[in-house]
Design a protein around this ligand. Structure first.
Ligand code: ATP
Ligand code: MG
Length: 258
């Protein structure tokens, strides 16, 4: 067998438009195996659209998406079942089933994919709930959980299949700084203990700089900068500096004065 490529994911010259809106305008990115890569960018710049391309929920207008050595952007729904088994996805909205208990929310994917049955399911669910520190919530309904606890359950669900890669869409947005830090620590712990490749999209700077091995900044549909957290912090690019300092450009301010 040939050696696996060094990148868990790669996108090349990705273009995507919705009507007149050209969201991704030729994006090239690599996501190295075993590393935590953070994609930073302003609200609406296309981070979630990018993630959806990585699991085939969105098809590019142009360009390609690679999962290891396998090109996946031209796959059918049926062909996508195999790669998707190796990809965990923490959706931006959490998206737990309100009518299922915490246990059943997490067990759902295992049963649906036929990965485990009976006692095996319970053991795997208990294990991931332990990892996220919510063992005592196993039988409760999602409605009785706090926002941070819901994120942790969604995270447990994303990793229960032991994926090679986990995609996190805004894992800390809307959480207080302490709860955000718990999530950040969890992302790092899972990457370390389960040797997973992690892709985190966020506009939370504290979270980005805490968890990232590499940071990629997306702006105006393109990669503005990619490097280590230190390289990003030291960048003198105006767009990067404005983002890090939370300062809008005159053009961005003009939009609210119109
Ligand atoms: N299915 C769709 N149909 C039409 N427009 C879409 C669709 N999905 C996304 N968009 C648009 O594409 C742009 C990028 O959306 P996206 O959700 O990727 O932003 P984001 O970077 O994830 O923002 P946020 O940080 O607020 O989550 C937005 O202007 C959005 O309105
Ligand atoms: Mg988003």
């Amino acid at each position: 067998m040939s050696q696996p490529t060094a990148d868990a994911f790669r996108v090349e010259n990705l273009h995507k438009s919705f009507g007149d809106l050209h969201v991704l305008q030729g994006v090239d990115m690599r996501f190295p195996r075993g590393k935590i890569t953070v994609v930073l960018g302003a609200s609406g710049c296309g981070k979630s659209v990018l993630l959806r391309h990585l699991v085939g929920l969105e098809k590019p207008d142009q360009g390609s998406v690679w999962f290891g050595d396998t090109r996946i952007d031209d796959m059918s729904e049926r062909e996508l079942i195999a790669p998707r088994r190796h990809i965990g996805y923490l959706f931006q909205q959490g998206a737990l089933f309100d009518s299922l208990t915490v246990h059943d929310n997490i067990a759902f994917a295992l049963v649906e994919h036929g990965v485990a049955t009976g006692d095996q399911v319970s053991v795997m669910v208990a294990h991931v709930l332990h990892l996220v520190g919510l063992t005592d919530k196993i039988h409760v309904m999602p409605a009785s959980l706090s926002g941070g606890q819901r994120k942790r359950v969604a995270l447990a669900r994303a990793i229960v299949m032991h994926p090679q890669v986990v995609l996190y869409d805004e894992p800390t947005t809307g959480l207080d700084p302490i709860t955000s830090d718990v999530i950040n620590e969890l992302i790092m712990k899972l990457a370390r203990e389960l040797s997973m490749t992690s892709i985190v999209v966020t506009h939370d700077l504290a979270s980005a700089f805490k968890v990232a091995d590499r940071i990629i900044m997306l702006h105006n549909g393109r990669v503005e900068l990619a490097g280590t957290p230190e390289q990003v912090r030291a960048s003198t690019l105006p767009v990067v500096a404005r983002f890090l300092n939370g300062k809008a450009s005159p053009e961005e301010l003009a939009e609210i004065e119109a």
